[in-house]
Design a protein around this ligand. Structure first.
Ligand code: AKG
Ligand code: FE2
Length: 293
């Protein structure tokens, strides 16, 4: 292993805290060093080298697709699982390009199951920031390494993270790190400034506790017109903090540049966590952040 994790902030300023509450998001450029981004990326490349795409391709191409993909997805709550880009396969079910250029994301427990990602993700610095933003007991609930591959990187529809990770009261905060420059061309994030004040539009939940079938329930009529969306173009090493009710999206990547990002979603362990959330763990519960000592 070469290089070291280097996080370049200690806490938020009062202005940054106010901006987060007012706008629903916060951009901090240079939050992590360029070397840290490279280190995380090289760890992912090692994982991809070990990954056999045939081991899961059947899951995405059999007739029993729905049940099997649901099962693979639900189990990813406490695993390191691989999800393909929708456009990765040709009409014969063969990968169009190398596996390394075919994966949409890896989720949802890198922060727990990979040592380097745990070192980065569970840093006490993030707990400090999450507490400054109002959390009592921050927990690292889920993580995703998102590739946004050149040419075929799929779009992410406009959504709020609390739709997929619901607590009472709502508490999700997303920490999104640009592992590479995120630009208009390669599919940067977009969001609706102040959109978090409109409340939650819908919830994605199990039909009932213990069920693996999921449903989407509409909660309110909210309006996110295209004109309200602002692009969040950020250089490599930036951190974007997202309120769980902040509406955001990213467009498809039709450029020749990938747009790697790492997203960590935290929740407040002081809030109620309904067992109808898709993200349930049967082993260890959600990790706490580490302590300074
Ligand atoms: O990186 C993206 O394109 C979407 C990320 C996202 O939705 C999130 O981090 O919550
Ligand atoms: Fe999101």
């Amino acid at each position: 292993m070469f290089g070291q994790i280097e996080i370049r902030l200690n806490e938020l300023t009062p202005e940054q805290i106010a901006q987060y509450h007012e706008q629903g998001f916060l951009v901090i450029e240079g939050a992590v060093s360029s070397g840290t981004c490279d280190l995380l990326k090289s760890r992912i490349n090692e994982r991809l080298e070990e990954f056999d795409p045939n081991s899961i391709r059947s899951i995405f191409t059999t007739k029993e697709q729905d049940r099997q993909t649901d099962d693979y997805f639900l189990k990813s709550a406490e695993r390191i699982s691989y999800f393909f880009e929708e456009e990765a396969f040709d009409e014969h079910g063969e990968l169009r390009q190398d596996k390394v250029l075919s994966i949409n994301k890896i989720g949802h427990a890198l922060h727990d199951k990979d040592e380097l990602f745990a070192d980065f993700s569970l840093s006490p610095i993030w707990a400090t920031i999450l507490k400054q933003l109002g959390m009592k007991k921050p927990l690292a609930a889920q993580s995703m390494y998102i590739f946004k591959q050149p040419n075929i990187g799929g779009e992410v529809n406009c959504h709020q993270d609390s739709t997929f990770l619901f607590t009472r009261p709502m508490s999700v905060i997303g920490l999104w790190f640009a592992i590479e420059d995120a630009t208009l061309e390669n599919g940067c994030l977009w969001g609706v400034p102040q959109g978090h004040k409109q409340g939650l539009e819908k919830r994605f939940e199990r039909v009932s506790e213990g069920e693996s079938a999921m449903k989407m329930t509409k909660l309110s009529d909210v309006d996110w017109p295209d004109e309200a969306l602002a692009p969040l173009e950020v250089p490599k090493g930036s951190m974007v903090v997202l309120n769980g009710e902040f509406p955001h999206l990213s467009h498809a990547n039709r450029s020749a540049q990938s747009r790697h990002a790492y997203a960590l979603h935290a929740i407040d362990g002081d809030c109620e966590y309904p067992k109808t959330n898709w993200l349930l763990r049967h082993g260890r519960t959600f990790p706490e952040f580490r302590h300074n000592n």
